[in-house]
Design a protein around this ligand. Sequence first.
Ligand code: ZN
Length: 277
Amino acid sequence: MPELPEVEIVVRSLNKLLRSRRIERAELRRKLLAPSIKPHIFAKRLAKAQIKFIHRRGKHILFDLDNGRTLIAHLRMSGRFMLLDHDADDPKFAHAVFHLDGGERLVFQDQRHFGFMNVAETPRLFEMKELSKLAPEPFSDEFDDGYLRKLLKSTSRNIKQLLLDQTKVCGVGNIYASEAMFIAGIRPTARSNSITLKKTILLRKAVVQVMNATLEIGAKISLDRVNIGGNIYGPGADGDWLVYGREGKPCPKCSAPIARIVQSTRSTFFCRKCQSR
Ligand SMILES: [Zn+2]
């Protein structure tokens, strides 16, 4: 599943490729991709609209259009955008197709069918239920030591669960949570309100650090026109993550074997020695 930095990179690529292009015609081929809007309305709201620019809020990709509307797209597990020439065949699982000026097609492809789209009136965009409850972005000024301190003090939930709660911290997914807790030396099972101020500050820095590292790698990768949404490897020395997906392999700090546990059905990776509490 793409995490926040990957989505940011997808947004940058989409901007390069699609800014000021016109959607001549839009087809919603899988109704459930946009459950709150009928396919003919979807088509009507997007037809002949020019893409002004593309931005994001959390992992929602937002296409601002010149007709006062915004197309909202979420890649979820496996969604990706592909920009195809007029003579290229549609790929399998083409759930939405945007016919652009000049004959190219932007295709939203989604093998696992969890993707999501909606069309909003731009002035009311942030009142949409998808966007109104999102917490501060990790890259924003709002996400400071004071915010995180207050948040941690407010609950005895374990820190892993709290980091993944999109209404509390926006955009930290499973991989980045493991990586950030490792850098900050925090045990994933620790109760949030037991974490010291010193470790809270380390954790905030670590969240930003792991996301920035991926952005830097992403800036060097040019996502090609047929694969806007590719996976990006982690910031470790061998293009690997520090702890994520490395069960049994040596900890990069102390060489003890990395442990894996399951929390709320998701895997968490950590070092029992470096993350003692
Ligand atoms: Zn260790």
